[in-house]
Design a protein around this ligand. Structure first.
Ligand code: UDP
Length: 330
């Protein structure tokens, strides 16, 4: 299939490009390089340096490359940043997707796989999270994605030959097992990269954001899914999409891991006993978030394979150790 990957120069998008090419698809990357890296796009892959809000130019790219499906990763993805800058998030994530859908409509592209998020559920009172639980985000980032899910429902209702899947990610972690591509964010706030940057001496210590939660070891619990599993699910879902389909799946491993457990895994994998401090809770952090991942398994016979946190951290460590300054300086 001819697939346009928006955000294909970013962390998850670049792993999707790799997986799609390995699956025999013809890939075109579209990225505005605001937070993506040109170096993450392999030689031989067509690259369109465009913003998804440039509707006419995107329409033209979809037509020129005879695109049959769009995999849409391009988005701003910092919960913390979205609170003081909501308009930036609604403009890029929600408005940007309306523009992309308009371009797809203009070009007659009828298949979309959309990056959604468990942040659309907000703070559910029950765990694990099942797809039909109420969605009530607690930050603009989550709303910016939930609005898109709503828009997709309305667009699909008016266009019976359109098909889409909204995939709600839990905590995406790890890097390509062959060490070729990885995670390079500025600023970096996610737990595993923070731990590995500490091992590399780029930070002095790690702070645990709260050790007084009502969890077995007092630290927050999250569901860490390996990025290779995550993008594999995208490819599987894309290949199954039929006209009229509207699919919603959680992408997690179905099990949680505490901050302490992730820290222990990072110490073991790196052999480095870096300093760890306990700090205040981070505002907006729910104590536990983990998926019920049964729906995609029962409907598409898909489940995550890389479920051992040490092995997940190992793949990230391979990338961080080999590219201490990220892309372009390795
Ligand atoms: N966390 C932490 N210290 C850090 C970064 C993260 O204790 O320096 C915790 C955070 O409070 C959360 C978990 O690690 O419970 C995962 O955080 P991350 O930012 O990686 O992902 P999030 O769950 O916020 O999407």
């Amino acid at each position: 299939m001819n697939v346009l990957v928006t955000g294909g120069a970013g962390y998850i998008g670049s792993h999707a490009v790799k997986r799609l090419r390995e699956g025999g698809h013809n890939v075109v990357v579209l990225d505005n390089l605001f937070r993506g890296h040109r170096e993450a796009v392999p030689d031989g892959v067509a690259f369109e340096e465009l913003d998804i809000r440039q509707t006419d130019a995107v329409t033209d790219a979809l037509k020129r490359h005879k695109i049959e499906c769009v995999m849409h990763f391009a988005a701003l993805a910092y919960v913390g940043e979205s609170v003081p800058k909501p308009l930036m998030y609604y403009d890029n994530n929600t408005g940007g997707t309306v523009s992309l859908l308009t371009a797809m409509d203009n070009a007659g592209v009828k298949r979309l796989v959309f990056s959604s998020t468990c942040a659309t559920y907000g703070e559910p009172d029950r765990m694990p999270i099942v797809e039909d639980m109420p969605q009530s985000p607690i930050n603009p980032y989550g709303w910016s994605k939930l609005f898109v899910e709503r828009i997709l429902k309305d667009y699909a209702a008016a266009n019976s030959d359109f098909a889409y899947a909204a995939l709600r990610y839990f905590n995406v972690a790890g890097c390509a097992s062959d060490g070729s591509i990885g995670e390079d964010h500025e600023p970096e706030t996610h737990l595993i990269p923070v731990l590995l940057n500490t091992v590399l001496g780029k930070r002095k210590s790690v702070t645990i954001f709260g050790e007084d939660y009502d969890t077995p070891d007092g630290t927050c619990i999250r569901d860490y899914i390996h990025v290779e599993d995550l993008v594999d699910a995208h490819a599987v879902v894309m290949e199954k999409l039929q006209p009229g389909d509207q699919r919603f799946y959680n992408l997690g491993i179905g099990r949680g891991c505490s901050v302490r457990e992730v820290i222990d895994a990072a110490k073991k994998v790196t052999g480095n006993d870096f300093p760890v401090e306990t700090g205040d809770r981070r505002p907006g952090d729910p104590p536990q978030l983990y998926a019920n991942a049964d729906k995609i398994q029962s409907e598409l016979n898909w489940k995550a394979k890389q479920t051992d946190i040490e092995k997940v951290v190992q793949t990230a460590w391979r990338w961080f150790k080999g590219h201490p300054d990220g892309y372009g300086k390795s």
